[in-house]
Design a protein around this ligand. Sequence first.
Ligand code: C2E
Ligand code: MG
Ligand code: MG
Length: 705
Amino acid sequence: MPTTTKNQTRPERPPDAPLHREGRLRSADGKMATMIGYWDRNLRNRFGNLAYAQWFGFQPEAMPGMHLRDFIGEERYRINLPYVEAALKGEEQRFEVPAYTADGSLSWYGLVQYIPDIIAGQVQGVYIIVSDISAVKETEAAMRKNENLLRESQGAARIGSYINNISAGTFEATPVLEEIFGITKDYPHTNEGWVRFMHPDYRQAMADALLDSIRDRKPFDADYKIIRPSDGAERWMHGLGKISYDEQGHPVSLIGTVQDITDRKLTEQRIENLAYFDPLTGLPNRRLLQDRLQHALLSSVRQKHLGALLLVDLDNFKSLNDTFGHQPGDQLLQQVARRLRECVRDSDTVARLGGDEFMVVLEELGENMLHAATQAAVVAEKILRKLGERYELGEGAHNSTASVGITLFGEQSESVEAPMMRADLAMHRAKDAGRNTLCFFDGQMQTDMVFAAALEEDLRWSVQNRQFCVYYQAQVNGARQIVGVEALLRWEHPGRGWVSPAEFIPKAEKTGLIIPLGLWVLETACKQLVLWSQRPETAHLTMAVNVSARQFRDSDFVDRVLETLERTGAKAHLLKLELTESVLVANVDDVTLKMNVLKAAGVRFALDDFGTGYSSLSVLKRLPLDQLKIDQSFVRDILADPDDAAIARMVIALANSLGLAVIAEGVETEAQRHCLAALGCPTYQGYLFARPLPVDEFEALMVPS
Ligand code: C2E
Ligand code: MG
Ligand code: MG
């Protein structure tokens, strides 16, 4: 159907103006040639050009006088009549018609114009002009397609566009953009209106970014946040824009797009959270802690304000985890995290380093060391108290404590690792001091630590490489006959030479290396017993082996001793385990049970260094002991110091009353031996008789050549 696109009254034509130029059906550029015809008031033709005549199948000469109905045919005439009549009333008509070829496909698009010929207010006739507008139509269609494509793709990508008239301060926005911004058509599309929904944190940055792009003549590109007027939601936007300028170089307009990138930002944030926060507790992780600590160190030094770093380590967390599984363990960690946060100011950092280790950074504790330390201690005490309160876990109530190591920072610039290491050292001291306590770092710790770390490393290496040997020291009776030996461990350090057991045994205990090392001593001693049992002169010798508290506490200890005895074939009654009083400090029931099991297998026990600890008589009575060893510190001054002599006498009396044997160690002189004998001590060990010796030298003592 033809459509009327415009009805208007045309200005009158001067009567003698040229009407047309003759046209051909197709013009040179291949378009349909414009058709022109003139029809009078009675619709008789006065003139028609070649294109017009040929299109309807006539010769131009045949046209004049022809009625319009005859020229265009009955069917077309009926359709065109309303336009023709309107034109004859003086109203210009124009409509578009598609023209089809014989096979029915669209051939071209025509614009039909009926232009009334008016002279002196009277309509004389009608010009009918048909022109080819196929190209215009095609362009229009292509544009419409592009527009749709743009609209659809922008909608899908949540991209909206706008034009900002800079001098007027007004905006035009696409519907998608209005939807993204959460504004209606009626919302003021002005600078003020739009600034109103920009997030306050980004307003200045946006203005700066715009000024920057004007100054540097570069595209505008910025991420910013808005508060959507429709629902008050905070959304992330990515804005791109291009500014155009007039001839004087003044900015005229800004044309740009805005994309809603909230989802992407949230994903980015989640990824960032994973990288910087501990998923279990939501606290900053080690990485973020290091960042924050770095920052705190710099600003402390700059502002001359001290800060404190606290390392909080839960006591016995591993046993909770091992006993009840991970879930209660996780719950405990979450509750610990919450309590730690409650102990500090919002501005302080609480982080989880991993496992059951947490760190707290306290800042701005003032310039004075003592004052800063006091404040840190107050917080640490609060932490100990809070973490010591009961926990409600899925499995029920649980009690836990923590150890806290504290170090101050801000006195001088240093790396992040330095205070972390100091706090760690102090925390371990707190553990050694019995847990559930706090400990400050001091300088001596550092020296000890460096030395200990090196020694520990060497010790580890030497345990693996069997760099140890066992010496044997004789134990003699009143007739100076050797009745037994004590096995004493010796370490020849590749660089330092002989290292005293007094130095390396505590390290081995601390690191747990004492367990493999102690087993090796036991095994060596047992094998030696077996070798000696094969010779009459040595078959009677007892073998004393030192066992440290850490070894004895190990849950495998009893089994390993029994297994070693069985495997080597050593006689259990010749083996005497030397325990120190520190073993007895622990759970006495457990100690008694273990001793009884070994005792039942024939193993004997001596209490080493007796008199230096605090064993109570009641405990001594319960334990299946065989022998007390008078500590060498009492023997040393037994002649000079009446107190030492009194203690020695007391130990001997105690042994007698409990039915235990007694031996004095560290006997160096005949006078000491004489004194001990007079007090009733029948057995001795010391340099007076023999030093600890390698096995062959010891054996040489047994069989004097
Ligand atoms: P301890 O068990 O009390 O060993 C006696 C210590 O006194 C030995 O020191 C020995 O060499 C020394 N000694 C013996 N007679 C005399 C003397 O007449 N005068 C003086 N001044 N000292 C004498 P050592 O060998 O340096 O061992 C020190 C400590 O290291 C031992 O004290 C023991 O507690 C521990 N230890 C040694 N070997 C082992 C071992 O295999 N396992 C464990 N757990 N500890 C061991
Ligand atoms: Mg000993
Ligand atoms: Mg001793």
